[in-house]
Design a protein around this ligand. Structure first.
Ligand SMILES: [Zn+2]
Length: 375
């Protein structure tokens, strides 16, 4: 491999790591800010609970002083009643006294209500205080972790920046300019070629371009994504060997009654090329859809009654059955994205299945056909 390509590989790795570190450093204050927002919320809760307790206290005092006033009025009416001349006047005073007594009872009820609430208020205030204390401790801890992590990342960033500068120094200026331009738009400026494919955009190279990349004599960029292409014989030799053994072997045919089945569909519900995986278990079946190019899982995992041929008959139309068997735990562990080894294995089996189908076709179509008369 040419030294400038080796430097570009080192540069791409440094760029990727620098990007990751910068993202991580930028993300740390956000974690702290989120806890701080939670803390502010708890503080507001506490203030509210305290405010409510204060309002209760003020109301209680208001009702108590109202009772005092009413009691004053009653004793005033009693004094007056001793001096009245007529029965009517006496009756009127008695009525006033009764009315005031009724009002006193009303105020006493309200005081009782407030008192019954005091317990709840106390609990609210205490809970908010405890939460505030816990959150304050947590935020200090988080801030500490963030500070430490930032310091570590900053140190790594200095190291990676030095590696980056060294790598850049070893690449020709025009090549570097091209790399920078593509990296700015696509996130990376360099791609490996394996099995005649650009590993970044997955587009097949023309044979001549492929040979030029392999020879490594001059800089070749991908027609489709413009990334600078390089070829690593160590990687591709493994691939070629794997493909060679796979092609030599007769293609194993998937079992009809296997508990797991993989299918390829060139077109599936506007999703383009997909792999479908079905699993039968306990009288029902589940279906997963994966993008055949990126390996990303599409849509939700779907479960239906009955084994998959009964549950998902419409999905099997125009499909190619493939070999593939991974445990459900494996599939769940992929985190919604098939590993490259799985994509490669399915792709290889698909190639073999297609080759087999075309051999089959040419055999059945080799029946002599009458040639139309020359015009
Ligand atoms: Zn490409």
């Amino acid at each position: 491999m040419r030294p400038d390509v080796e430097n570009l590989i080192a540069l791409q790795q440094a760029d990727k790591e620098i990007h990751r570190l910068k993202e991580e450093i930028a993300g740390l204050p956000k974690i702290v800010a989120a806890i701080e927002a939670k803390l502010a919320g708890t503080k507001a809760e506490l203030e509210k609970a305290k405010g409510a307790a204060k309002a209760d206290e003020a109301n209680k005092r208001k009702y108590e002083s109202a009772i005092q006033d009413l009691q004053g009025k009653i004793s005033k009416y009693r004094d007056q009643s001793l001096a009245v001349k007529t029965n009517d006047q006496y009756k009127a005073l008695l009525q006033e006294i009764q009315f005031a007594e009724q009002e006193i009872r009303g105020n006493e009820d309200k005081i009782l209500e407030v008192m019954m609430n005091v317990d709840n208020r106390d609990k609210e205030v205490k809970a908010a205080e405890a939460e505030l204390k816990a959150e304050t401790a947590e935020i200090e801890k988080e801030k500490d972790i963030a500070r430490q992590k930032t310091a570590e990342d900053e140190k790594l960033l200095v190291e990676w920046n030095a590696k980056r500068d060294a790598a850049r120094g070893g690449v020709a200026p025009d090549m570097l300019a091209h790399y920078d331009r593509v990296a700015k738009h696509r996130g990376s400026g360099l791609a490996e070629v394996r099995e005649q494919k650009c590993m970044a955009c997955q587009v097949m190279l023309r044979p001549q371009t492929y040979n030029e990349v392999r020879s490594g004599e001059r800089t070749i960029v991908c027609d489709s994504c413009s990334r600078i292409l390089y070829y690593n014989p160590a990687h591709d030799a493994q691939m070629t060997a794997a493909v060679a053994t796979a092609t030599k072997r007769r293609r194993a045919h998937p079992k009809f009654d296997a508990s797991q089945a993989w299918y390829y569909r060139p077109e599936f519900a506007d999703l383009g090329e997909v792999y479908l995986s079905f699993t039968n278990a306990g009288g029902s079946s589940t279906r997963r859809i994966f993008d055949a190019q990126t390996g990303r899982r599409l849509g939700d995992v779907l479960s239906r009654e009955g084994e998959y041929r009964l549950g998902f008959p419409e999905d099997l139309k125009d499909s190619i059955r493939l070999n593939g068997n991974w445990t459900e735990e494996d599939i769940d562990g992929w985190n919604d994205e098939m590993p490259t080894t799985v994509i490669d294995a399915l792709q290889r089996d698909l190639d073999l299945a297609r080759a087999e189908a075309s051999r089959e076709r040419s055999r059945t179509e080799s029946v002599p056909v009458q040639q139309p008369a020359a015009s």
